[in-house]
Write a protein that binds this ligand. Structure first.
Ligand code: PMP
Length: 346
């Protein structure tokens, strides 16, 4: 309609159709062509806009959601921001139970988007009544007319990416994609995108990125949930201490694990080399590509698509703070020279 003049009915019309940007400098030493799907170009600055809009519109279609109803979710921040944004436009109340690992900036953003926020301890088990899952479930049970998005256990999370991210990547690469590298949290992004891509070409290799301290990689390899794998780590939105049903492990060929420290430095490197200010998990995905390249995974003719899930502005008090990096000990080792130099003129 009026979209050719860049005039939109509301912000939700801008969700999806994110650009793909070639990564040239960072990958100049690697074999293959590397393309980043930059999800920060969504209006809520992350891939989670896609699932928030899709899941809420499916609930509307099924008559589950009526104006004035409440939408409840557990979230590391991005999904919450997207649900809050959709709720503002569509006239729903929004309640979010978030992990104490989430940055203060993220929590403040959610409040400013009109959401009511519950901050829950990060390092308790999923069945602990204080966990953000249990808090969200309790609120949902207590409130009539509420919908629980439940992104880790909602098939619609996969469907949202099957309907949008997958076809976009296929079209943007003219069907020439050979590898997809994507972080796995709920697993919705990698599973839905992979399902679509493998239907077009079953030879496309799907590589998931997991964190040390998460159970996903081992579960993929053995189908065993091993709680000895679990320990606290810093990266938000990647890996898990449970097995989400929003992950279709059968469409993923393999997982690569990345460290907090290397992912943080790689996120900073993306900004300095490609001019793309992206989030911590984008650094993790790119770190996985470095490791895969070093182990000879890619050929010169391969077209590797990496998903950058969100924007760097959400990590100003973490990865992009020298103080935080020092506190983690991330400047103590071989990466010491990566500390930014700020000169104060007096
Ligand atoms: N990166 C960030 C910053 C996220 O918030 C998430 C979602 N938890 C992911 C990556 C992983 O996406 P998905 O949940 O679709 O696996």
């Amino acid at each position: 309609m009026t979209h050719d003049k860049q005039v939109f009915d509301n912000v939700l019309d801008l969700i999806g159709n994110t650009p793909m940007i070639k990564l040239k400098k960072m990958t100049s030493e690697f074999k293959g062509n590397f393309l980043a799907k930059v999800e920060a170009f969504n209006p809520g600055h992350s891939s989670k806009d896609r699932i928030a809009l899709y899941i809420i519109e499916q609930a509307e279609k099924q008559g589950i959601l009526k104006p004035g109803d409440t939408i409840i979710e557990t979230t590391s921040g991005n999904t919450g921001f997207s649900i809050a944004m959709v709720s503002v436009i569509k006239g729903y109340d929004c309640i979010l139970a978030v992990s104490s690992k989430s940055s203060a900036d993220k929590i403040d953003m959610l409040k400013n988007m009109g959401a009511k926020v519950y901050v829950c301890p990060a390092n308790v088990s999923a069945d602990d009544p204080r966990s953000y899952y249990q808090v969200a479930k309790r609120l949902h049970d207590e409130m009539k007319g509420s919908v629980y998005i439940n992104q880790y256990f909602n098939q619609l999370n996969i469907d949202a990416h099957y309907a949008s991210t997958g076809p976009e990547i296929w079209n943007q690469t003219d069907g020439k994609i050979t590898h997809l590298v994507a972080c796995s949290g709920t697993g919705g992004t990698i599973s839905g995108t992979a399902k679509y891509l493998k239907e077009q070409n079953p030879n496309i290799k799907i590589i998931g990125v997991d964190a040390f301290g998460s159970v996903l990689k081992k579960y993929h390899e053995t189908r065993e949930f091993d709680d000895k794998e679990i320990y606290p780590y810093r990266i938000e939105g990647l890996g898990k201490n449970l097995i989400p049903t929003a992950t279709d492990f059968d469409v993923i060929d393999k997982f690569v694990k990345v460290t907090d420290e290397e992912s943080a430095h790689t996120a900073r490197e993306i900004a300095k080399t490609e001019g793309l200010f992206v989030g911590y998990t984008s650094g993790a995905a790119m770190q996985a590509i470095k490791q895969l390249s070093a182990s000879g995974e890619f050929k010169s003719t391969d077209n590797i698509v990496v998903i950058f899930p969100d924007h760097g502005s959400r990590y100003m008090s973490k990865v992009y703070s020298d103080k935080w990096m020092s506190e983690q000990g991330f400047f103590d080792s071989v990466n010491a020279e990566a500390a930014q130099s700020i000169q104060y003129i007096k």
